[in-house]
Structures are given as C-alpha cells and as structure tokens.
Design a binder for this molecule. Sequence first.
Ligand code: LLP
Length: 391
Amino acid sequence: MARYILPTAGSSAGVPPTPFYYYDLDLLRRTLAAAVAAAGRYGYRIHYALKANVEPQILREIQRAGLGADCVSGYEVACAVENGFAPERIVFAGVGKSDREIEQAVEAGIFAFNCESLEELEVIDALAGRAGRRVDVALRINPDVRPDTHEYIATGQAESKFGISYAEIDRALARLHRLSHIRIVGLHFHIGSQIRNLASFAELAERVNGIAAWFAERGVEIAHLNMGGGLGIDYDDPDAEPVPDFEGYFRTFHDRLQVGAGQTVHFELGRSIVAQCGELLTRVLYTKTTAGGARFAIVDAGMTELIRPALYKAHHKIENLTAAGRPMGVYSIAGPICESSDVFARDIPFPETRRGDLLSIRSTGAYGRIMASNYNMRPIAPSRFGGGPDE
Ligand code: LLP
C-alpha cells in the first residue's frame, strides 16, 4: 500500500507545501490489473476515459496495461496520442465536436467517432470527404435509461442533450445510406457516471439488445457495441473497496447483453480506474465557531482543487492525519474560496482539529485535478506520486 505517509509520524513536519494531489501508483496498477482481468474474461475492451485524469504518469500506467482511450475533445485525442495510445484504439465522443477537432481526429486515424446528432453525421462526412478519407462512426443512441445517480451526471435519459433519440434513429440510418465518407461500425451508449447499482447496467443491456436487433432487421452490420462507462466507487469507505467491482460490472453485461458473432464489446471507464488511487492533501489554516455554534476547520484546498462537493454535493471521506489520540468532535471542513458552496463536508464527526493539521481528502483521483480552476487567482496545485516503479 502506498497511501500518503507523513515524513514524521504523527506530525505535519516535513510535509511538502499544501495543497497537493497524491497518487498511489501501486493501487492504480492493481486496479488496472483487476479491470483488465475481469474484462478479458469475456473478450471485452476498455477505453480509459481521459476526462477523469490526464496526469502523464497515470496515462503511462494505463497505456501500458493495454487500455485504449476514450476522448471528448480534440485536446484529449492529441493528449492520448502523445501519451502512446494507438490511434486505432481511440474513440471520440462529445455532443459538440468542432470542425477543427473533427479534422484532427480524421487526420489521426482514430478507431471511431461516437456521433451524437444527425447534423454531426453530415459534418463528419463532409470533413472526411475533404480530407479524402472514409471514417468509422458509432451512433451514440440515447437509450432513455434513468440510472441511480446525481442528476448532473446522468446522461442517458430522453430529456438529456446527449445522443440520438429513438425517434431519430430511422432518419439517422437513412442519412447514413447516402453519406459516402462515413461508415457505421458501432452503437454507443453512456447512461451516466458514479452508478453503484448494477441493475442500471442490466437495464441498459436489455435496451441495447432491442436497438441492436432493430439494426440487424434492417441488414445493418454492427461491428461493435460500446456501452460507455459509469461504474461507481465507494466514496464513503474507500479502504473497504479500493478496487471497484469490475467482476460484477462486466458479468452484468455478459449475463444480459446479446453479442453477435464477430461483434466486439467496448467500455469507456474513467472514475473506476483512477478515483481511489488519488487523495488531496491539505493543511488546516484556521478553526472557528459560528454564531450558531458550528465548528469549522478552514483548510488551504478549496473548490479550486476539488469542485465535486460544491458542484454535485458529492461526499468525499476526509481524514485528519495528525490527530491521533485526540477526542472526537463535530466539524465542517471548508476551503478558503470566497463562495459559500466552498465546503467539503458539513457537521461530520471529526477529531479535534488544530491549525497546522494535515488532512487527506480521499478518492480524488478522478474529476479532481482535471476540474481544477484558477478562481481567486490560485495556481493549480502540484501532483506527487508514490508506489511508482522507481521506488
Ligand atoms: N463515456 C462518456 C461518453 C462519458 O460522458 C463519460 C463521463 C465516461 C465515458 C466516463 O464515465 P465514468 O466511467 O468516469 O463514470 N465530473 C463528474 C463526472 C462526469 C462524467 C462525465 N462523463 C464527477 O465528478 O462526478
């Protein structure tokens, strides 16, 4: 195990300047090995969703483990290529791909565009034609599945902006028949993120069976099914489940999804690969008590380093690494940003906390650093690594 270890036991002496992100590369490797083994059982292929984290050291481990890449911008496509992902293992999704981004991906020769609208089909066709290429597309279809997660990170319901609706599939197919620079090779779905209840994925698989049959009845050969990402992690107790339940996740699809002969099945996992290997280290700057009697610990990391609590009311486990033996109290943990939403946790049982204490905010490897901002003119916090091959 390579959690962040204090240089001086029990004290924050010698700890590098805070805040900083810390990544346990050993846990990342174990996670990757588990994911690859579980997917490999059924011949499934994983594309890592770069949107979760693009630290080069992390990408290197993921690429070495044999995963492909899932990108949602031209910048991510370029980043994946730079970090050694083979273009023919890169998928490119996104509801608003710009012409420039499409041109770059056509040039790079990626595996498939996950296409999200009828208009986008026309644009990809025109730009591929201009480049003298024929490119492969998967239709991202909105399966109208309502997963058990926060509404901001649910993406597969009829009213969401993502994908092509059931009502338009007919028209999409008619259009594909007359576009000569794109070839339909796949169907793509993504119902949302941080989904712990595997029944949502079973429901997705059932919907996909119906949709794939619709295409088969019309003589359209679908070479691959891409089921997106979304597997959730245990934010409440990261040590209880440091490696997510990849076995259960892939088994759900194996049990429910009908796969045709020669068809490949792809996944786009982000959070479940990288979330648990990251933590955010922060120092307590001040403690104070409000007029109402609530005790606050004000720390030097804020929504600029981790926006998930402010944006989604997300819960991350927080630990005081320097409070061994102190009595328990009740604290709210807040950042220094001039926003009332800059609070990581409210009224949680927490050991008596003092200025200078070092806290760890857990499970921040996914959608932490990558969503950081310079608000209040704060610089982006550095990343540190442990458990690497050089240790
Ligand atoms: N594929 C597509 C098309 C996606 O939109 C996403 C995530 C993924 C794959 C990867 O999903 P994952 O396996 O990581 O659940 N910022 C939010 C999460 C937004 C996810 C957006 N799409 C958060 O901090 O919870």
